[in-house]
Design a protein around this ligand. Structure first.
Ligand code: GLU
Length: 483
């Protein structure tokens, strides 16, 4: 049975890269009919942020990634929060000391700083020099009796190589001499990530480890631990980072790193999940829109790419627009209403009608207020706005047309989209013009803008007869004074 885990550290927000890792683990598990486990890695108490665990729960739930075992729902392999597993790590660290895979190190900060400085001076990577590897039993006992604090370090082989196979990166081999005798258990009795992840993955029966490739170079050390304990080594699937561009990662500072940031920016969760699944993984088909269920059916490890994935917000916006257009009007209105009400306070304007013109032209919900900022107040605009090459309009051609439109609107008694459409299109054919030559000046007169959701007819229907007439008169006046 496939068992995967998502093992975030509660540092305050859900990075898009982390969420993508969670998603890959989730998709693989559901594809294989396995179990998806949530484990909170909070052994680094300095990085712990209050409320961060709730952010993790809420994000995963919101995104539809439900876990089968975890801190809140329990399971057969708990506890699922590392700080509650303290005793377990200690026991295994001691076992390792007994079987020769680890040793107690009593070096203090000052000495370790010196060792690091020596490494730096000789341009070598910082590594512990192994002083305490050679302590005799009586020396160790004496130091413990004196109450000298100690850590437990992994005893790396000094010669030979260690290899392992990663599903994405292939066979990785490192020289054992390059492996640092890393700390497994800190002096406060808490494990380091490097130790806890191995113990937990083993005890929780994890079969496939999906995580960021920043852990790739540490995997040989973990494998030496598995071997020292005589445990079976899981499958490794290391994934490349998600980048903003070829040299910059997505960053918290740029406000584009977390799931919540994108929700706030008006992206739909379905679109975000769909898009991040395609960051570093590609389905066999030439298609980009997939529901979570469709992703589950298609997900496979073979199609995970080694190259870093570039997060293209324009692509996400495009996909978001596709999701918006696939919705029923009711559904879209459900999402758009709060954004519409931010810009349109005048209750004469029907927000559902506004939603209906927005839906075909909306990519991000957060763009809505700016798209419809002209309803409550007509902005001031220059008459040059009536010049449009493609529409073949100028201020000069627009004035007489607006006068004709004004006459027509004044005579319409049942003022709605259909009646407006019919009468304005008859005007177009009567004048033997193109639609744009009549409807573009109307749009500008009603909105003071070149681009609007909905054209002249739709805008007039929303604004109503009085306000439409009022705005057309303003335009005619402007044109009279300006030409
Ligand atoms: N707690 C680690 C992190 O948040 C998890 C790494 C792993 O999946 O093993 O980066």
């Amino acid at each position: 049975m496939v068992r995967t885990r998502f093992a975030p550290s509660p540092t305050g927000f859900m990075h898009i890269g982390n969420l993508r890792t969670a998603l890959f683990a989730y998709l693989l598990t559901r594809n294989q009919g396995g179990k998806f486990i949530l484990r909170i890695e909070d052994t680094d108490q300095e990085r712990f942020v209050e409320g961060a665990i709730d952010v993790i729960y809420n994000t995963l739930r919101d995104a539809g990634m439900h876990w089968d075992e975890g801190p809140d729902i329990g399971g057969d392999y708990g506890p699922y929060i590392q700080s509650e597993r303290r005793g377990i790590y200690k026991k295994y660290a001691q076992e390792l000391v007994e079987n020769g895979g680890a040793y107690l190190c009593f070096c203090d900060k000052e000495r370790l700083d010196n060792v690091r400085a020596i490494c730096e001076a000789s341009k070598k990577p910082p590594m512990y020099d192994g002083l305490c590897r050679g302590l005799s039993e009586s020396e160790i006992k004496e130091k413990i009796d004196k109450g000298i604090p100690y850590v437990i370090r992994q005893k790396m082989p000094r010669t030979g190589t260690t290899s392992f196979d990663d599903a994405v990166f292939g066979r990785i081999t490192v020289e054992n001499a390059a492996l640092d005798d890393q700390i497994l258990l800190k002096s406060d009795g808490l494990p380091t990530y490097n130790f806890a992840n191995v113990v937990d993955d083993h005890l929780m029966g994890i079969t496939h480890i999906i995580r960021g490739n920043e852990y790739l170079s540490s995997a040989p050390k973990y494998n030496l631990l598995y071997t020292a304990f005589g445990w079976e080594i899981p499958e490794y699937i290391h994934v490349s980072p998600v980048m903003r561009n070829s040299h910059k990662k997505l960053s918290k500072r740029d406000g584009d790193a977390s799931y919540q940031d994108f929700i706030k920016k008006g992206y739909l969760k379905e679109a975000i999940i769909n898009y991040i699944a395609l960051l570093g993984w590609s389905p066999a088909e030439e298609r980009e829109k997939f529901t979570l269920d469709e992703l589950i059916q298609r997900f496979n490890v073979e199609n995970i790419s080694k190259s870093p994935a570039i997060f293209d917000e324009n692509k996400l916006a495009w996909l978001n627009g596709e999701y918006i257009r696939a919705m029923s009007l009711d559904e879209f209105y459900g999402h758009a209403a709060v954004w519409i009400s931010q810009a349109v306070k005048n209750t004469d304007y029907n927000p559902r009608l506004i939603a209906s013109v927005l839906q075909p032209r909306c990519e991000r919900l957060s763009d809505i207020p700016a798209q419809i900022d002209f309803f409550d107040t007509l902005p001031d605009y220059p008459i040059e706005l009536f010049s449009h090459k493609k529409m073949k309009t100028t201020p000069q051609t627009s004035k007489p047309i607006l006068e004709k439109i004004l006459n027509i609107l004044e005579t319409i008694s049942d003022f709605n989209q259909t009646s407006l459409h019919d009468s304005l299109l008859s005007l177009v054919s009567e004048l033997e013009l193109k639609n744009g030559q009549v409807l573009f000046p109307l749009r500008v007169a009603l909105s003071g803008k070149e681009f609007t959701p909905g054209g002249g007819v739709e805008l007039a229907a929303i604004l109503g007869k009085d306000e439409s007439i009022n705005r057309i008169k303003i335009a005619i006046n402007k044109l009279c004074n300006g030409i």
